[in-house]
Design a protein around this ligand. Structure first.
Ligand code: SAM
Length: 355
């Protein structure tokens, strides 16, 4: 009989178990009857989407995906462009960027995508990611010739989705972590032609996003604040780099403060009349709605910044065949993991800087 050597040194309560305990204690109260199905989905294999790379020659790849039964959840029927004649979105129908395409297997189909292959120019045809993480980019609704800041950008999935709109005049992608910024650079190299990666078009930095105002005097039309969070799905599945490790308790408890500071920095960087999307991949009300609520009040009282929360209900209605959304949130929208459509969690809240 072979004894596993590491058994005696293995943590009694692995971080994944601590995460589950924590989620049971907090989410059961918040989600009530919905929690058991969300819980089982988060403990099961997650579903991916294939974000198509418009910079590569991908027509054959798209036909192959369609022949496997995949559909583009953005463009195929659900996310049509809806605009009234003066070019502004009506309050009832959201405008969806026609250039972002993300393929998914049908509901209940748990097939996996093959790794993307390079085209003749060496560019990869698609990027695999949680399909729900495309929603914050779609909600940001980048318009032609706009300057965009992606404050927490590594490893670059949403940065790449932003670039797919082909509307960005200048993109600043930032991430505090050097290794995540390096991954972001590699992502850009694998997906975006060199001539579109010049410093005048895309700038990549490794700065502390909280100090944005102190470093740069630029104002952006669109800002994405995709903050570090408890990454709920990862925390249930992987012990490595898990924020529920006892040694990281303090860091975890400080997350809402960090998130609020990043959101405030994002608001400072947004021009008046510009828009910002705040997003997480957590179900936590503390990291989602409470952070937004608190930031809005600090922005108003201490920074004289007035912000209007944008109603995303017509936006989420367009995608309700693909993603189950939580009924509760007051300010933003939350994709709930579900065994038939095992995406998310993704929380998103859209803000307009009024003054
Ligand atoms: N937007 C990315 C994507 O779609 O691939 C994922 C971003 S991840 C949820 C959050 C990121 O925030 C991490 O890469 C982390 O390194 C970064 N981060 C943490 N603290 C930060 C800070 N103070 N300033 C900027 N980035 C920070």
């Amino acid at each position: 009989r072979v004894k596993t050597k590491w058994a005696s040194t293995r943590a009694k309560f692995p971080a994944t178990a601590l995460a589950l305990q924590h989620f049971d204690a907090t989410y059961q109260n918040y989600f009530g009857d919905l929690w058991p199905s969300v819980r089982v989905a988060m403990l099961s294999e997650q579903k991916y989407g294939a974000l198509m790379n418009n910079f590569s020659s991908n027509a054959d790849v798209i036909s192959a995906l369609r022949s496997q039964g995949c559909r583009d959840f953005v463009g195929d029927g659900e996310g049509d462009t809806h605009e009234i004649s003066d070019g502004h979105p009506s309050p009832e129908v959201a405008r969806i960027d026609p250039n972002i395409q993300c393929f998914v297997f049908p509901r209940g189909d748990i097939s996996r995508f093959k790794p993307a292959r390079p085209d003749s120019a060496g560019l990869l045809s698609y990027y695999l990611l949680d399909a729900a993480s495309v929603l914050p980019v779609l909600a940001l609704d980048v318009r032609p010739d706009q300057a965009v800041l992606d404050l927490c950008a590594g490893p670059g999935g949403k940065t790449l989705a932003l670039l797919q709109t082909q509307a960005v005049r200048f993109l600043w992608a930032n991430d505090l972590s050097g290794s995540r910024t390096a991954r972001l650079q590699r992502t850009l190299q694998s997906y975006v032609p060199k001539e579109l990666r010049g410093e005048d078009k895309i700038r990549v930095t490794s700065l502390d996003g909280r100090k944005w105002r102190n470093m740069e005097d630029l104002e952006f039309d669109r800002v994405l604040v995709d903050v570090p969070c408890t990454t709920d799905r990862h925390s249930l599945m992987e012990d490595e780099n898990n924020i529920f490790k006892r040694s990281r308790t303090k860091e975890r408890q400080m997350l809402p403060l960090l998130q609020m500071e990043l959101l405030l920095a994002g608001l400072r960087a947004t021009r008046r009349g510009g828009e910002l999307v705040y997003s997480t991949c957590s179900l936590s009300q503390l990291q989602n709605e409470c952070v937004v609520q608190q930031a809005l009040s600090v922005a108003q009282q201490e920074m004289d910044i007035t912000v209007q929360v944008q109603d995303l209900s017509s936006f989420t209605r367009l995608f309700s065949n693909t993603f189950p959304f939580a009924p509760q949130p007051a300010l933003g929208q939350l994709v709930l993991p579900n065994l038939c459509a095992n995406f998310g969690p993704i929380y998103l809240c859209k803000l307009l800087r009024v003054s």
